[in-house]
Design a protein around this ligand. Structure first.
Ligand SMILES: [Zn+2]
Length: 390
């Protein structure tokens, strides 16, 4: 009933529903035969349609001894004959990933004696964990070996053996199952026990690209892409580099230099900007202290230095101030006082700023926004409030 093993390149089939049930709002079906590969051995399941109903997920038990279970978008009837159609583009990519995984497994063994510890092929960027320490030279050598195996375009065969025969077959790693063992052989290159689906010749799995590697659990985690997905990555990266090249009137592979220059320039400009703002804030504070000898002040300042001027003034003994600034389509304010002033900042805020639509808060320094039209009225209301006080 696992028809996908004998017909990995077929994507349409007919079958009978031998069991169908629903539980917890989910619908399931078992068929007399299926081309839908269930999630197992690091390979993600197929999706597609059964009798026009979407197949969302395909499952089997951990030992792969039970039936293949299809989870469906809506129920099917027991006994019903259905046409199954799987998403071939998705499946083919899975076959490319999986074959590339075998090729890399053997390539790392040949390059440095590394063994595969774990595999994840459920995403376009697949991972393989090895038992060797991270080593750039090993990575490059194994990648080259795997791609030579692609160009050799070797046949990939599968067959079953008994577990007793396994030692004689020189499998790359000991099989995890007992009894009947499915062997996947890349002729003259690699032989391993595997229940997954693979392309017919190694040329179909290329190109194989290792995109990144890192230390992982005492060994190395290798990230790779294969086949169409590797080509798509190359296409995306090439487009990005070409676009950046246009921005900088440079060739795609030479954009690093102008981008480096821009970064340097930006860092310098940022430091210069900070120093200039600092100087401006200091000057404005001095001017305000001269302009308002009573140290009670209401003034509009540039938005870019509002906070800095506010912070400086709040440290100046005897100061009570309302500063406002225009920030695009709204006004910002800082209402502050030095602890030596006896006024109740909260009371001022409630009487002067709140009626003008101000939002915000704070204890000795109140920061916030208000509608742009309240900018000048706020300064007048503040002055009026202080005049009443006296
Ligand atoms: Zn496999």
């Amino acid at each position: 009933m696992r028809a996908y093993w004998d017909h990995p390149y077929e994507s349409q089939f007919e079958a009978q529903v031998v069991r169908a049930w629903s539980e917890g709002g989910k619908h399931f079906a078992v068929l007399d035969q299926t081309l839908f590969y269930p999630t197992s051995g690091g390979q993600a399941c197929d999706t597609g349609h059964l009798g026009g109903v979407a197949v969302l997920e395909v499952l089997e038990d951990a030992k792969a001894t039970g039936p293949v279970i299809h989870r469906l978008e809506s129920p099917l009837l027991e006994g019903q004959r259905v046409v199954g159609q799987l998403d071939w583009a998705r499946r083919y990519r899975h076959m490319q990933r999986h074959t590339a995984e075998h090729m890399l497994g053997q390539a790392f063994l040949r390059a440095a004696g590394w063994n595969v510890v774990a595999v994840n092929m459920s995403n376009p960027v697949c991972t393989m964990d090895f038992d060797g320490p991270p080593d750039e030279a090993v990575i490059r050598q194994a990648e080259a070996l795997a791609n030579w195996a692609v160009y050799a375009n070797t046949a990939v065969r599968t067959y079953f053996i008994n577990d007793a025969e396994a030692p004689a077959h020189g499998l790359r790693r000991a099989p995890k199952v007992a009894g009947l063992i499915r062997v996947v052989e890349i002729e003259g290159w690699d032989r391993v026990a595997c229940g997954g689906l693979h392309v017919a010749r190694t040329g179909e799995a290329g190109p194989i690209k290792i995109t990144r590697f890192e230390r992982y659990k005492g060994g190395t985690r290798v990230y790779f892409m294969a086949g169409w997905e590797a080509l798509e990555l190359f296409e995306q990266e090439h487009r990005l580099l070409a676009r950046l090249g246009e921005w900088f009137s440079s060739s795609p592979l030479e954009v690093e230099k102008p981008i480096g220059n821009l970064r340097e320039e930006w860092r310098r400009a940022r430091a210069e900007n900070a120093a200039l703002k600092d100087e401006l804030a200091e000057r404005i504070m001095r001017d305000l202290l001269t302009e308002f000898p009573t140290q009670t002040m209401a003034a509009q300042v540039p938005h870019s230095v509002l906070d800095m001027v506010g912070k400086r003034l709040a440290e100046w003994p005897g100061v009570l101030a309302l500063l406002v600034a225009q920030a695009e389509d709204k006004a910002r304010y800082v209402l502050l006082k030095h602890p030596s002033r006896s006024e109740d900042l909260q009371a001022i805020w409630e009487e002067v700023l709140k009626p003008l639509g101000a939002r915000g808060g704070g204890a000795l320094v109140k920061l916030g926004v208000m509608p742009l039209k309240s900018l000048h009225p706020a300064l007048l209301a503040f002055q009026r409030y202080l005049a009443q006080e006296r």
